[in-house]
Design a protein around this ligand. Structure first.
Ligand code: UDP
Length: 456
Protein backbone atom coordinates (compact mmCIF):
# COMPACT_ATOMS: atom_id res chain seq x y z
CA UNK A 1 0.00 0.00 0.00
CA UNK A 2 1.51 3.35 -1.02
CA UNK A 3 1.58 5.56 2.03
CA UNK A 4 2.64 9.13 2.36
CA UNK A 5 2.68 10.25 5.92
CA UNK A 6 -0.47 8.47 7.08
CA UNK A 7 -2.31 8.46 3.75
CA UNK A 8 -3.20 5.39 1.69
CA UNK A 9 -4.14 5.50 -1.95
CA UNK A 10 -6.62 3.84 -4.25
CA UNK A 11 -6.18 4.56 -7.93
CA UNK A 12 -9.28 3.92 -10.02
CA UNK A 13 -8.11 3.33 -13.58
CA UNK A 14 -10.67 3.31 -16.39
CA UNK A 15 -9.70 1.54 -19.59
CA UNK A 16 -11.19 1.80 -23.05
CA UNK A 17 -12.34 -1.43 -24.76
CA UNK A 18 -9.97 -0.94 -27.71
CA UNK A 19 -6.89 -3.18 -27.82
CA UNK A 20 -4.50 -0.30 -28.48
CA UNK A 21 -5.87 1.56 -25.45
CA UNK A 22 -6.38 -1.35 -23.05
CA UNK A 23 -2.80 -2.67 -23.27
CA UNK A 24 -1.01 0.54 -22.19
CA UNK A 25 -3.54 1.04 -19.37
CA UNK A 26 -2.86 -2.48 -18.07
CA UNK A 27 0.89 -1.85 -18.25
CA UNK A 28 0.42 1.37 -16.30
CA UNK A 29 -1.80 -0.42 -13.74
CA UNK A 30 0.83 -3.12 -13.23
CA UNK A 31 3.54 -0.48 -12.75
CA UNK A 32 1.51 1.56 -10.26
CA UNK A 33 0.60 -1.59 -8.35
CA UNK A 34 4.31 -2.43 -8.12
CA UNK A 35 4.75 0.97 -6.48
CA UNK A 36 2.34 -0.07 -3.74
CA UNK A 37 -0.86 1.66 -4.85
CA UNK A 38 -4.17 -0.19 -4.59
CA UNK A 39 -5.62 -0.43 -8.07
CA UNK A 40 -9.19 -0.78 -9.26
CA UNK A 41 -9.40 -1.31 -13.00
CA UNK A 42 -12.80 -0.28 -14.35
CA UNK A 43 -13.63 -1.54 -17.85
CA UNK A 44 -16.59 -2.09 -20.11
CA UNK A 45 -18.30 -5.46 -20.64
CA UNK A 46 -17.10 -5.30 -24.20
CA UNK A 47 -13.54 -6.67 -24.50
CA UNK A 48 -12.93 -7.50 -20.86
CA UNK A 49 -9.34 -7.97 -19.71
CA UNK A 50 -8.58 -11.34 -18.12
CA UNK A 51 -8.16 -10.80 -14.34
CA UNK A 52 -6.19 -14.08 -14.08
CA UNK A 53 -3.39 -12.46 -16.10
CA UNK A 54 -3.16 -9.53 -13.69
CA UNK A 55 -3.07 -10.73 -10.11
CA UNK A 56 -3.10 -7.96 -7.54
CA UNK A 57 -5.42 -5.68 -9.52
CA UNK A 58 -9.11 -5.43 -8.64
CA UNK A 59 -11.34 -5.43 -11.72
CA UNK A 60 -14.63 -3.58 -11.98
CA UNK A 61 -16.69 -4.58 -15.04
CA UNK A 62 -19.05 -1.71 -15.89
CA UNK A 63 -22.46 -2.47 -17.33
CA UNK A 64 -22.07 -0.95 -20.78
CA UNK A 65 -25.37 -2.24 -22.19
CA UNK A 66 -23.85 -1.96 -25.67
CA UNK A 67 -25.50 -5.04 -27.11
CA UNK A 68 -28.87 -3.34 -26.60
CA UNK A 69 -27.76 -0.55 -28.95
CA UNK A 70 -25.73 -2.51 -31.45
CA UNK A 71 -26.09 -0.18 -34.46
CA UNK A 72 -23.85 2.86 -34.35
CA UNK A 73 -23.67 5.53 -37.02
CA UNK A 74 -19.90 5.85 -36.58
CA UNK A 75 -17.12 5.96 -34.03
CA UNK A 76 -18.45 9.16 -32.43
CA UNK A 77 -21.84 7.66 -31.65
CA UNK A 78 -20.26 4.47 -30.34
CA UNK A 79 -18.07 6.50 -27.97
CA UNK A 80 -20.94 8.64 -26.73
CA UNK A 81 -23.12 5.57 -26.04
CA UNK A 82 -20.26 3.76 -24.32
CA UNK A 83 -19.67 6.77 -22.06
CA UNK A 84 -23.35 7.39 -21.35
CA UNK A 85 -23.95 3.74 -20.50
CA UNK A 86 -20.88 3.19 -18.29
CA UNK A 87 -21.28 6.40 -16.31
CA UNK A 88 -24.07 5.46 -13.78
CA UNK A 89 -22.43 2.24 -12.63
CA UNK A 90 -19.03 3.94 -12.31
CA UNK A 91 -20.49 6.84 -10.35
CA UNK A 92 -22.37 4.45 -8.05
CA UNK A 93 -19.14 2.54 -7.37
CA UNK A 94 -17.15 5.67 -6.53
CA UNK A 95 -19.90 6.98 -4.26
CA UNK A 96 -19.85 3.62 -2.44
CA UNK A 97 -16.09 3.86 -1.91
CA UNK A 98 -16.39 7.44 -0.67
CA UNK A 99 -19.22 6.50 1.71
CA UNK A 100 -17.29 3.53 3.07
CA UNK A 101 -14.42 5.91 3.84
CA UNK A 102 -16.63 7.89 6.20
CA UNK A 103 -16.76 4.95 8.59
CA UNK A 104 -13.14 3.91 8.09
CA UNK A 105 -10.57 4.48 10.81
CA UNK A 106 -7.89 7.07 10.12
CA UNK A 107 -5.35 4.36 9.24
CA UNK A 108 -7.76 2.70 6.77
CA UNK A 109 -8.83 5.84 4.93
CA UNK A 110 -7.85 5.90 1.26
CA UNK A 111 -7.33 8.92 -0.98
CA UNK A 112 -8.91 8.27 -4.36
CA UNK A 113 -7.49 9.35 -7.72
CA UNK A 114 -9.13 8.57 -11.05
CA UNK A 115 -6.85 7.81 -14.01
CA UNK A 116 -8.75 7.32 -17.23
CA UNK A 117 -8.30 6.79 -20.93
CA UNK A 118 -9.23 9.95 -22.80
CA UNK A 119 -11.96 8.03 -24.68
CA UNK A 120 -13.60 7.15 -21.34
CA UNK A 121 -14.35 10.79 -20.58
CA UNK A 122 -17.31 9.94 -18.32
CA UNK A 123 -14.75 8.93 -15.65
CA UNK A 124 -13.23 12.44 -15.63
CA UNK A 125 -16.64 14.03 -15.40
CA UNK A 126 -17.72 11.76 -12.50
CA UNK A 127 -14.41 12.52 -10.73
CA UNK A 128 -15.04 16.27 -11.14
CA UNK A 129 -18.60 15.94 -9.78
CA UNK A 130 -17.31 14.08 -6.73
CA UNK A 131 -14.39 16.45 -6.16
CA UNK A 132 -11.73 13.83 -6.95
CA UNK A 133 -8.53 14.49 -8.92
CA UNK A 134 -8.46 12.93 -12.38
CA UNK A 135 -5.55 12.20 -14.71
CA UNK A 136 -5.80 11.26 -18.36
CA UNK A 137 -3.72 8.60 -20.08
CA UNK A 138 -3.24 9.32 -23.78
CA UNK A 139 -2.26 6.32 -25.87
CA UNK A 140 -1.75 8.05 -29.21
CA UNK A 141 1.29 10.00 -30.40
CA UNK A 142 1.92 13.50 -29.08
CA UNK A 143 2.24 14.71 -32.69
CA UNK A 144 -1.36 13.73 -33.34
CA UNK A 145 -2.65 16.24 -30.81
CA UNK A 146 -1.76 19.44 -32.74
CA UNK A 147 -3.14 17.82 -35.90
CA UNK A 148 -6.60 17.46 -34.35
CA UNK A 149 -6.45 20.59 -32.30
CA UNK A 150 -5.99 22.74 -35.41
CA UNK A 151 -9.02 21.36 -37.28
CA UNK A 152 -11.64 23.79 -35.89
CA UNK A 153 -9.36 26.68 -36.92
CA UNK A 154 -8.83 25.20 -40.41
CA UNK A 155 -12.58 24.72 -40.75
CA UNK A 156 -13.21 28.33 -39.80
CA UNK A 157 -10.67 29.49 -42.39
CA UNK A 158 -12.13 27.23 -45.10
CA UNK A 159 -8.90 25.24 -45.26
CA UNK A 160 -10.40 21.88 -44.28
CA UNK A 161 -12.55 19.72 -46.58
CA UNK A 162 -15.93 19.03 -45.06
CA UNK A 163 -17.70 17.34 -47.93
CA UNK A 164 -16.38 14.30 -49.61
CA UNK A 165 -15.06 12.36 -51.19
CA UNK A 166 -12.87 14.99 -52.78
CA UNK A 167 -9.85 13.25 -54.21
CA UNK A 168 -8.01 16.45 -54.99
CA UNK A 169 -7.88 17.24 -51.30
CA UNK A 170 -7.24 13.67 -50.26
CA UNK A 171 -4.13 13.77 -52.44
CA UNK A 172 -3.10 17.27 -51.37
CA UNK A 173 0.64 17.11 -50.74
CA UNK A 174 0.79 20.71 -49.55
CA UNK A 175 2.17 21.10 -46.04
CA UNK A 176 -0.08 22.60 -43.36
CA UNK A 177 2.14 25.59 -42.51
CA UNK A 178 1.43 25.40 -38.76
CA UNK A 179 2.11 21.66 -38.60
CA UNK A 180 5.27 21.03 -40.58
CA UNK A 181 5.85 18.33 -41.94
CA UNK A 182 2.18 17.27 -41.88
CA UNK A 183 0.41 17.61 -45.23
CA UNK A 184 -3.28 18.28 -45.73
CA UNK A 185 -3.66 14.68 -46.83
CA UNK A 186 -2.28 13.48 -43.46
CA UNK A 187 -4.99 15.20 -41.41
CA UNK A 188 -7.59 13.06 -39.65
CA UNK A 189 -11.33 13.24 -40.43
CA UNK A 190 -10.88 14.42 -44.03
CA UNK A 191 -14.21 14.66 -45.81
CA UNK A 192 -16.25 13.59 -42.79
CA UNK A 193 -19.47 15.61 -42.29
CA UNK A 194 -18.62 18.72 -40.28
CA UNK A 195 -20.95 18.09 -37.30
CA UNK A 196 -19.58 14.59 -36.90
CA UNK A 197 -15.97 15.85 -37.07
CA UNK A 198 -16.51 18.55 -34.47
CA UNK A 199 -18.36 16.20 -32.12
CA UNK A 200 -15.61 13.58 -32.33
CA UNK A 201 -12.88 16.19 -31.88
CA UNK A 202 -14.64 17.53 -28.80
CA UNK A 203 -14.66 14.03 -27.37
CA UNK A 204 -10.99 13.34 -28.13
CA UNK A 205 -9.48 16.71 -27.27
CA UNK A 206 -10.65 17.11 -23.64
CA UNK A 207 -11.85 20.70 -23.34
CA UNK A 208 -11.55 21.01 -19.56
CA UNK A 209 -8.05 19.94 -18.56
CA UNK A 210 -7.65 17.19 -15.96
CA UNK A 211 -5.16 17.52 -13.07
CA UNK A 212 -2.45 16.03 -15.31
CA UNK A 213 -1.76 13.92 -18.39
CA UNK A 214 0.27 10.80 -18.94
CA UNK A 215 1.39 10.39 -22.53
CA UNK A 216 2.67 7.13 -23.99
CA UNK A 217 5.64 8.66 -25.76
CA UNK A 218 9.12 9.86 -24.87
CA UNK A 219 10.70 13.29 -24.75
CA UNK A 220 13.37 12.97 -27.43
CA UNK A 221 10.96 11.58 -30.02
CA UNK A 222 8.20 14.19 -30.05
CA UNK A 223 9.49 17.42 -28.50
CA UNK A 224 7.28 19.66 -30.67
CA UNK A 225 4.08 17.74 -30.00
CA UNK A 226 4.78 17.66 -26.26
CA UNK A 227 5.53 21.39 -26.15
CA UNK A 228 2.26 22.10 -27.96
CA UNK A 229 0.33 19.95 -25.47
CA UNK A 230 2.00 21.55 -22.44
CA UNK A 231 1.38 25.07 -23.77
CA UNK A 232 -2.22 24.21 -24.57
CA UNK A 233 -3.26 22.60 -21.29
CA UNK A 234 -0.93 24.23 -18.77
CA UNK A 235 -1.05 21.15 -16.49
CA UNK A 236 1.71 18.59 -15.84
CA UNK A 237 2.26 16.25 -18.81
CA UNK A 238 4.31 13.14 -18.00
CA UNK A 239 5.79 11.40 -21.03
CA UNK A 240 6.24 7.84 -19.82
CA UNK A 241 6.55 5.66 -22.91
CA UNK A 242 6.86 3.11 -24.16
CA UNK A 243 4.57 1.70 -21.49
CA UNK A 244 4.87 -1.87 -22.77
CA UNK A 245 8.50 -1.88 -21.64
CA UNK A 246 8.27 -0.28 -18.20
CA UNK A 247 7.37 -3.48 -16.37
CA UNK A 248 6.88 -7.13 -17.40
CA UNK A 249 3.15 -7.82 -17.80
CA UNK A 250 1.21 -10.93 -18.80
CA UNK A 251 -0.50 -10.93 -22.18
CA UNK A 252 -2.96 -8.07 -22.60
CA UNK A 253 -4.35 -9.44 -25.86
CA UNK A 254 -8.10 -9.86 -26.39
CA UNK A 255 -7.41 -12.47 -29.08
CA UNK A 256 -5.67 -15.81 -28.75
CA UNK A 257 -2.10 -15.46 -29.97
CA UNK A 258 -0.93 -18.05 -32.50
CA UNK A 259 2.54 -18.84 -31.16
CA UNK A 260 3.29 -21.37 -33.92
CA UNK A 261 4.64 -18.45 -35.94
CA UNK A 262 7.64 -18.20 -33.59
CA UNK A 263 8.89 -21.67 -34.50
CA UNK A 264 8.28 -20.78 -38.16
CA UNK A 265 10.38 -17.61 -37.67
CA UNK A 266 13.12 -19.71 -36.05
CA UNK A 267 13.60 -21.40 -39.43
CA UNK A 268 14.01 -18.18 -41.43
CA UNK A 269 17.24 -16.33 -42.19
CA UNK A 270 18.13 -13.28 -40.05
CA UNK A 271 16.31 -10.07 -41.06
CA UNK A 272 14.66 -11.77 -44.05
CA UNK A 273 10.98 -11.75 -43.01
CA UNK A 274 8.44 -9.00 -43.54
CA UNK A 275 5.86 -9.04 -40.74
CA UNK A 276 2.47 -7.68 -41.82
CA UNK A 277 -0.23 -6.56 -39.40
CA UNK A 278 -2.80 -3.80 -39.68
CA UNK A 279 -3.72 -3.80 -35.99
CA UNK A 280 -6.94 -4.61 -34.20
CA UNK A 281 -9.44 -2.29 -35.91
CA UNK A 282 -8.58 -1.54 -39.54
CA UNK A 283 -10.71 -3.01 -42.32
CA UNK A 284 -9.65 -3.36 -45.92
CA UNK A 285 -11.63 -4.35 -48.96
CA UNK A 286 -11.11 -7.43 -51.09
CA UNK A 287 -9.27 -5.48 -53.80
CA UNK A 288 -6.69 -4.02 -51.42
CA UNK A 289 -6.07 -7.32 -49.66
CA UNK A 290 -5.66 -9.08 -53.00
CA UNK A 291 -3.05 -6.48 -54.01
CA UNK A 292 -1.33 -7.01 -50.67
CA UNK A 293 -1.27 -10.76 -51.27
CA UNK A 294 0.19 -10.40 -54.79
CA UNK A 295 2.78 -7.91 -53.56
CA UNK A 296 3.87 -10.34 -50.83
CA UNK A 297 3.93 -13.32 -53.17
CA UNK A 298 5.92 -11.47 -55.85
CA UNK A 299 8.44 -9.96 -53.43
CA UNK A 300 10.18 -13.31 -53.01
CA UNK A 301 10.78 -12.50 -49.34
CA UNK A 302 9.41 -14.71 -46.56
CA UNK A 303 6.48 -13.08 -44.79
CA UNK A 304 4.27 -13.49 -41.74
CA UNK A 305 0.84 -11.96 -42.38
CA UNK A 306 -1.78 -11.40 -39.69
CA UNK A 307 -5.18 -11.64 -41.33
CA UNK A 308 -7.47 -10.97 -38.39
CA UNK A 309 -10.92 -12.53 -38.96
CA UNK A 310 -13.03 -9.56 -40.08
CA UNK A 311 -10.02 -7.65 -41.46
CA UNK A 312 -11.34 -8.02 -45.00
CA UNK A 313 -14.82 -6.54 -45.30
CA UNK A 314 -17.48 -9.14 -46.09
CA UNK A 315 -15.23 -12.19 -45.62
CA UNK A 316 -14.43 -14.60 -42.81
CA UNK A 317 -10.70 -14.82 -43.51
CA UNK A 318 -8.86 -14.90 -46.88
CA UNK A 319 -11.10 -17.39 -48.72
CA UNK A 320 -11.54 -14.95 -51.65
CA UNK A 321 -7.89 -15.21 -52.75
CA UNK A 322 -7.37 -17.33 -55.89
CA UNK A 323 -6.04 -20.82 -55.17
CA UNK A 324 -2.90 -20.46 -57.29
CA UNK A 325 -2.02 -17.27 -55.41
CA UNK A 326 -2.53 -18.96 -52.05
CA UNK A 327 -0.32 -21.85 -53.14
CA UNK A 328 2.36 -19.42 -54.28
CA UNK A 329 2.12 -17.58 -50.95
CA UNK A 330 2.39 -20.76 -48.91
CA UNK A 331 5.80 -21.45 -50.46
CA UNK A 332 7.28 -18.47 -48.62
CA UNK A 333 4.84 -17.22 -46.08
CA UNK A 334 2.68 -17.92 -43.11
CA UNK A 335 -0.76 -16.43 -42.46
CA UNK A 336 -2.11 -16.33 -38.90
CA UNK A 337 -5.20 -14.82 -37.29
CA UNK A 338 -3.39 -13.05 -34.45
CA UNK A 339 0.31 -13.04 -33.57
CA UNK A 340 2.28 -12.42 -30.38
CA UNK A 341 3.37 -9.17 -32.03
CA UNK A 342 5.96 -7.98 -29.54
CA UNK A 343 7.69 -11.36 -29.62
CA UNK A 344 7.54 -11.39 -33.41
CA UNK A 345 9.11 -7.92 -33.68
CA UNK A 346 11.85 -8.96 -31.25
CA UNK A 347 12.71 -12.01 -33.40
CA UNK A 348 16.01 -11.79 -35.29
CA UNK A 349 14.38 -13.15 -38.48
CA UNK A 350 12.14 -10.07 -38.83
CA UNK A 351 13.61 -7.44 -41.14
CA UNK A 352 10.63 -5.14 -41.66
CA UNK A 353 7.17 -4.39 -40.29
CA UNK A 354 4.37 -3.54 -42.74
CA UNK A 355 1.98 -1.72 -40.46
CA UNK A 356 -1.03 0.58 -40.38
CA UNK A 357 1.09 2.77 -38.04
CA UNK A 358 -1.10 2.47 -34.97
CA UNK A 359 0.81 4.08 -32.11
CA UNK A 360 1.39 0.88 -30.13
CA UNK A 361 2.67 -0.91 -33.21
CA UNK A 362 4.93 2.05 -33.96
CA UNK A 363 6.39 2.06 -30.43
CA UNK A 364 6.80 -1.71 -30.42
CA UNK A 365 8.65 -1.61 -33.74
CA UNK A 366 10.87 1.24 -32.57
CA UNK A 367 11.76 -0.59 -29.41
CA UNK A 368 12.99 -3.54 -31.47
CA UNK A 369 14.77 -1.38 -34.06
CA UNK A 370 12.66 -2.69 -36.96
CA UNK A 371 12.15 -0.42 -40.01
CA UNK A 372 8.58 -0.06 -41.23
CA UNK A 373 6.45 -0.11 -44.35
CA UNK A 374 3.64 2.31 -43.61
CA UNK A 375 0.07 1.84 -44.81
CA UNK A 376 -2.01 4.21 -42.68
CA UNK A 377 -5.80 4.41 -42.73
CA UNK A 378 -7.27 6.94 -40.30
CA UNK A 379 -7.00 8.95 -37.08
CA UNK A 380 -3.39 9.27 -35.90
CA UNK A 381 -2.04 6.71 -38.37
CA UNK A 382 -1.35 9.14 -41.22
CA UNK A 383 0.39 11.56 -38.86
CA UNK A 384 2.49 8.72 -37.42
CA UNK A 385 3.31 7.54 -40.94
CA UNK A 386 4.50 11.01 -41.93
CA UNK A 387 6.78 11.19 -38.89
CA UNK A 388 8.09 7.68 -39.52
CA UNK A 389 8.95 8.40 -43.14
CA UNK A 390 9.85 12.09 -43.09
CA UNK A 391 11.18 12.91 -39.61
CA UNK A 392 12.50 9.73 -37.99
CA UNK A 393 13.21 8.23 -41.43
CA UNK A 394 12.70 4.65 -40.37
CA UNK A 395 9.75 3.88 -42.61
CA UNK A 396 8.51 4.13 -46.19
CA UNK A 397 4.97 5.09 -47.06
CA UNK A 398 3.32 2.54 -49.34
CA UNK A 399 0.28 2.40 -51.55
CA UNK A 400 -1.54 -0.93 -51.68
CA UNK A 401 -0.69 -1.77 -55.30
CA UNK A 402 1.19 -4.99 -56.02
CA UNK A 403 4.11 -3.48 -57.97
CA UNK A 404 4.71 -0.74 -55.39
CA UNK A 405 4.46 -3.21 -52.54
CA UNK A 406 6.96 -5.54 -54.14
CA UNK A 407 9.42 -2.63 -54.64
CA UNK A 408 8.90 -1.31 -51.12
CA UNK A 409 9.48 -4.71 -49.52
CA UNK A 410 12.76 -5.09 -51.41
CA UNK A 411 13.76 -1.51 -50.59
CA UNK A 412 13.28 -2.04 -46.84
CA UNK A 413 14.56 -5.59 -46.56
CA UNK A 414 17.42 -5.86 -49.02
CA UNK A 415 18.24 -2.43 -50.45
CA UNK A 416 20.85 0.15 -49.44
CA UNK A 417 18.04 2.47 -48.35
CA UNK A 418 16.76 -0.30 -46.09
CA UNK A 419 20.20 -0.70 -44.56
CA UNK A 420 20.29 3.04 -43.77
CA UNK A 421 16.81 2.87 -42.30
CA UNK A 422 17.88 -0.06 -40.15
CA UNK A 423 20.83 1.97 -38.83
CA UNK A 424 18.53 4.84 -37.88
CA UNK A 425 16.05 2.40 -36.33
CA UNK A 426 18.85 1.01 -34.16
CA UNK A 427 19.89 4.53 -33.11
CA UNK A 428 16.30 5.23 -32.02
CA UNK A 429 16.08 1.86 -30.29
CA UNK A 430 19.18 2.73 -28.26
CA UNK A 431 17.71 6.09 -27.25
CA UNK A 432 14.44 4.43 -26.21
CA UNK A 433 16.35 1.99 -24.06
CA UNK A 434 18.14 4.89 -22.39
CA UNK A 435 14.80 6.70 -21.85
CA UNK A 436 13.34 3.79 -19.84
CA UNK A 437 16.48 2.90 -17.91
CA UNK A 438 17.46 4.37 -14.55
CA UNK A 439 17.93 8.14 -14.92
CA UNK A 440 16.35 8.20 -18.42
CA UNK A 441 13.55 10.63 -19.31
CA UNK A 442 10.62 8.18 -19.18
CA UNK A 443 11.96 6.51 -16.05
CA UNK A 444 12.32 9.90 -14.33
CA UNK A 445 8.90 10.95 -15.58
CA UNK A 446 7.28 7.87 -14.05
CA UNK A 447 9.03 8.49 -10.74
CA UNK A 448 7.89 12.13 -10.88
CA UNK A 449 4.36 10.92 -11.63
CA UNK A 450 4.33 8.71 -8.53
CA UNK A 451 5.52 11.69 -6.45
CA UNK A 452 2.84 13.80 -8.11
CA UNK A 453 0.07 11.40 -7.03
CA UNK A 454 1.46 11.35 -3.51
CA UNK A 455 1.37 15.15 -3.46
CA UNK A 456 -2.31 15.40 -4.44
N1 UDP B 1 -1.35 -6.93 -31.90
C1 UDP B 1 -1.02 -8.21 -31.50
N2 UDP B 1 -1.10 -9.20 -32.43
C2 UDP B 1 -1.48 -8.99 -33.71
C3 UDP B 1 -1.80 -7.67 -34.11
C4 UDP B 1 -1.72 -6.66 -33.18
O1 UDP B 1 -0.66 -8.45 -30.34
O2 UDP B 1 -1.53 -9.96 -34.47
C5 UDP B 1 -1.28 -5.85 -30.89
C6 UDP B 1 -0.06 -4.96 -31.12
O3 UDP B 1 1.08 -5.54 -30.48
C7 UDP B 1 -0.50 -3.64 -30.53
C8 UDP B 1 -2.02 -3.65 -30.68
O4 UDP B 1 -2.39 -4.99 -31.02
O5 UDP B 1 -0.14 -3.57 -29.16
C9 UDP B 1 -2.51 -2.74 -31.79
O6 UDP B 1 -2.45 -1.44 -31.35
P1 UDP B 1 -2.14 -0.24 -32.34
O7 UDP B 1 -2.16 1.01 -31.53
O8 UDP B 1 -0.90 -0.48 -33.09
O9 UDP B 1 -3.30 -0.27 -33.39
P2 UDP B 1 -4.91 -0.33 -33.28
O10 UDP B 1 -5.27 -1.74 -33.13
O11 UDP B 1 -5.31 0.50 -32.08
O12 UDP B 1 -5.36 0.24 -34.57
Amino acid sequence: MAEHGRRRWRLVLTASPLQGHMSPMLHLATFLHSKGFSITMAHSDLNRPDPLNHPGLTFLPLRDNLSATADFAGAGQFLQTLNDNCRPHFQHHLVQIIDSQKEASASEKESIVVIHDNLMFFAGSVAADLGLPSIILRTSSASFFPAINIIPQLLEQGRFPVQGPNNQILDNEEIVSELHPIRYKDLPFLCTPIEQTLKTINMIITKKPPSAFLWNTFEFLEPTGLTHIRDHYQVPVFSVGPLHKIIPTHSTSFHKEDTSCISWLDKQAPRSVVYVSLGSLANVDEKISTEMAWGLANSNQPFLWVVRPGLVKGFEWFEFLPEDLVNQMKMRGLIVKWAPQKEVLAHSAVGGFWSHCGWNSTLESMFEGVPMLCQPFELDQKVNCRYLSDVWKIGVEIVAERGEIEDAIRKVLVGKEGEEMKQRAIEIQEKVKVAISHGGSSHNSLEAFVDYILSL
